[in-house]
Structure formats: structure tokens, C-alpha cells
Ligand binder design. Structure first.
Ligand SMILES: Nc1nc2c(ncn2[C@@H]2O[C@H](COP(=O)(O)OP(=O)(O)O)[C@@H](O)[C@H]2O)c(=O)[nH]1
Ligand SMILES: [Mg+2]
Length: 347
């Protein structure tokens, strides 16, 4: 009886948090995200079933780039522009390498600019790798929560290094890749994959030497790439690109704010383009397909693991493996188990 009571208490608590979130309680939003981080897909399932119809309204911007390229500073600038318009902004800083830097740095800057106490702003840093379902999944759910909370804009800042970070970009409508001058081999790295996810290139730190050179490099790269980019789905990074959008390259100074209004114009024009060209819908459809695959994989893995370790019927099959006969190798036995599993033989 005990676990049953516990689970209904937990559900009551979630329900309560969701109600408070609906009334605009920022603390409840933070707690819901923590629940997702710690509880994984089991908890997300309960939350999403409840709030999903309230999502799909936020505009989601992804900002990525090497550490130190100015992501947090620029995120703050972009957020400020939207806050000035009276919009509600959510920021998620994903930095698996350091649990606090993203959020703390950002917090400091925003506090400096006295945005920190702005009721229309919500900031969260996420760094929990290796928890249930992984960082990418928890981030996607955090985005859903901020969406349901009524954020007009959600900015996701990530260090653009691994697949997990690229995965997160599947959730963004418009992605910015920051390429400041003076990071020599960086251009190689973007050629290797980041180009695929870029909607707008930002050469931040335009006050530094080499900014124009960096712009030229990027434009040249785009010239070459133009002939080969067609309407396509890239299965490696799972992103839908349109040949009708050539990523613009813009210089910014995130410290002074120079060119930030121009950047906002580009962001808004990409937002408009993806709506009218149908790109947004195509991307969403593709992303949700992968999302569903991830969810199914997670729950099926869990079921299979539970079966293997706790169902006594499995012991006969393990004995077969131990007989070292033809057809009793682990692959053949796995195929048999999977087949029987789908026929509910074990339930
Ligand atoms: N000179 C110059 N410095 C900048 C600019 N943008 C950011 N910085 C500085 O670069 C450093 C890293 O910035 P941060 O936003 O933390 O980068 P992140 O690691 O990509 O989030 C900080 O010291 C910033 O003050 C810029 O446009 N020009
Ligand atoms: Mg940062």
C-alpha cells in the first residue's frame, strides 16, 4: 500500500505545481523543471499529459558556439530587446561542463542590467548529464514547461559540442551560431556539422581584429555550400533545411549591444520565413517523430530490462545461451525473446 500512497501524493504535488504555474508562479515553474531533471520520462509523462495542449505557442531560439564566444552576453542582449517589448522571456542555459557557469554568469549580467527581478523573465541553467532520459530530453521538457507557462520567447543557450547539444537544437525554431574572430580551427568544427543547424551566423566580438575576415570566410563557405544544399533532411543531425534560406552572417558586439537590433530583425525575418514557407511545420513534424522514437525507446528499454532481470521465464533462455549450441548464441536468443515479448508471452 505504501508505494501507492506515495505515488498519489507525488501526483497531487505535480498537479499542485501545474496549477500554480498556470497562475504565473515562477517558483512552481522552477520546481517542475527540477522534477523533470530528477524524475526523467516517468515524471515528464505525467506533466506533459496535463500541459501539452497549452504548448506550441512560444518562439524558440537556439544559441550555440564555443565556450567564451559570447553566448550568455548575447542571450542577455536578445532577451532584453524582447523584454522591452513587454514580452515574457524564458532562458535555458545548457552547459554540461559546468553546472553553474551558464546560469551564474547570466544571472550576474542580468542583475547588472536590472532585468533579473523582471517578472517577465525566467532563467534556468541545466547541467545534469546522465540522469534518466538524459540532458537533451530534460531540456526538451523544460522547453515545454516554459511554453505552457506562457513564454513568448524561449532562448536555449548551449555549448555546441556534442550530439546531445545538437539534439537540443531540434527543439529550436531559429538557431544562431556564434563564430567570433580569432578562434582559428573553429571554422573546421562548424564545417563538420554545425553548419547544418545554422539559420543565422553571428560574428560576435566585432570590436576585435579579424571580424571582417571571419565574415568573409563564412560567406565563402556558404557560397560553396549553396550549390549542394537543397531542401533536405540531414539524418545525421536530423534537421530540415530549406534552400530558399541562405543563413545571413551578421557582426555583433554583445558587450555594447552594437548591431543587436539588426540581429533581432534577422531573427524575426527567419521566424516569418519559416512560418510562410512551411519550414517550421516540416521541422516540427520531423522533430516530433524523433521525439516519439526517443520516448518509445526509453520505455521499451526499461520494460525489456525489467523483463530480463526479474521474469523467471527468462532463465530457460539464458540456460540455452550457456549450452553453446548452434542457434543459442545471444543474438539468436535475443531475437526469440523480442519476438515472444511482442506476443506478450512474458506478461
Ligand atoms: N570584446 C568583446 N567581448 C565580449 C563580447 N561578447 C562577450 N564578450 C566577453 O567574452 C567573455 C565570454 O562571454 P560569455 O557571454 O560568458 O560567453 P559564453 O561562454 O559563450 O556564454 C566575457 O568576458 C564577455 O564579457 C563582445 O562582443 N566583445
Ligand atoms: Mg555562457
Amino acid at each position: 500500500m505504501e508505494p501507492l500512497k506515495k505515488s498519489s501524493e507525488a501526483e497531487f504535488e505535480l498537479q499542485n505545481l501545474i496549477e500554480r504555474m498556470r497562475k504565473g508562479d515562477r517558483r512552481a515553474v522552477a520546481r517542475l523543471i527540477t522534477k523533470v531533471e530528477n524524475g526523467g520520462p516517468e515524471v515528464s509523462k505525467k506533466i506533459l499529459k496535463e500541459i501539452y495542449p497549452e504548448t506550441g505557442k512560444s518562439f524558440i531560439i537556439g544559441i550555440t558556439g564555443a565556450p567564451g564566444s559570447g553566448k550568455s552576453t548575447l542571450t542577455n542582449q536578445v532577451a532584453s530587446e524582447y523584454l522591452k517589448k513587454g514580452l515574457k522571456v524564458g532562458i535555458i542555459a545548457v552547459d554540461p561542463t559546468s553546472p553553474f557557469s551558464g546560469g551564474a554568469l547570466l544571472g550576474d549580467r542580468i542583475r547588472m542590467k536590472s532585468n533579473f527581478t523582471n517578472k517577465n523573465l525566467f532563467i534556468r541553467s541545466m547541467a545534469n548529464r546522465g540522469k534518466l532520459g538524459g540532458l537533451a530530453m530534460a531540456t526538451k521538457e523544460a522547453i515545454h514547461i516554459l511554453d505552457a507557462y506562457g513564454s513568448d520567447l524561449i532562448i536555449v543557450e548551449t555549448v555546441g559540442v556534442g550530439q546531445s547539444e545538437i539534439d537540443i537544437f531540434k527543439s529550436a525554431h531559429t538557431t544562431l551560431v556564434i563564430m567570433p574572430p580569432g578562434m582559428g580551427d573553429e571554422i573546421q568544427a562548424i564545417k563538420a556539422g554545425i553548419t547544418e543547424i545554422t539559420d543565422i551566423f553571428v560574428v560576435n566580438k566585432m570590436d576585435r581584429d579579424g571580424a571582417d575576415k571571419r565574415v568573409n570566410e563564412l560567406e565563402t563557405m556558404l557560397d560553396i555550400g549553396e550549390n549542394i544544399v537543397v531542401d533536405q533532411i540531414n539524418h545525421n543531425v536530423r534537421i530540415v533545411k530549406s534552400k530558399k534560406w541562405r543563413p545571413p552572417v551578421i557582426k555583433t558586439n554583445a558587450l555594447s549591444g552594437e548591431n543587436v537590433p539588426e540581429l533581432i530583425k534577422l531573427i524575426e525575418s527567419h521566424r516569418e520565413f519559416s512560418k510562410t514557407s512551411g519550414l517550421k511545420k516540416k521541422r516540427l513534424a520531423y522533430r516530433y517523430k524523433h521525439y516519439v522514437v526517443d520516448i518509445i525507446k526509453y520505455f521499451q528499454n526499461k520494460d525489456i530490462e525489467h523483463l530480463i532481470f526479474s521474469n523467471p521465464k527468462i532463465n530457460d533462455f539464458v540456460d540455452q545461451i550457456l549450452s553453446y549450441k548452434t542457434g543459442s548464441d545471444p543474438y539468436s536468443i535475443s531475437e526469440i525473446i523480442l519476438e515472444l515479448f511482442s506476443k506478450r508471452y512474458f506478461s
